[in-house]
Design a protein. Structure first.
Length: 71
């Protein structure tokens, strides 16, 4: 009985965690595109701040570093 409850609890935790992953990815993508828009407007200092927030979250990509370098 304890094992069944433990398994059920684990399944609920995993499903709950998976539900939040797409929301986090969408927020990071929005931040990246906001940085791109700021770059296109010539607001490089604000674009760097936006990109730096992604780095602080542990996001790493070639495109991110490329855009920071261009700023």
């Amino acid at each position: 009985m304890k094992n069944k409850c433990l398994i059920t609890a684990c399944i609920i935790i995993v499903i709950s965690a998976l539900m939040f992953l797409p929301a986090a990815a969408a927020a990071q993508e929005k931040s990246f595109y906001k940085g791109n828009a700021l770059y296109e407007e010539g607001r490089y200092d604000l674009a760097i701040k936006e990109y730096s927030q992604l780095l602080a979250q542990g996001i790493e990509s070639g495109n991110l570093y490329f855009n920071i370098g261009n700023c």
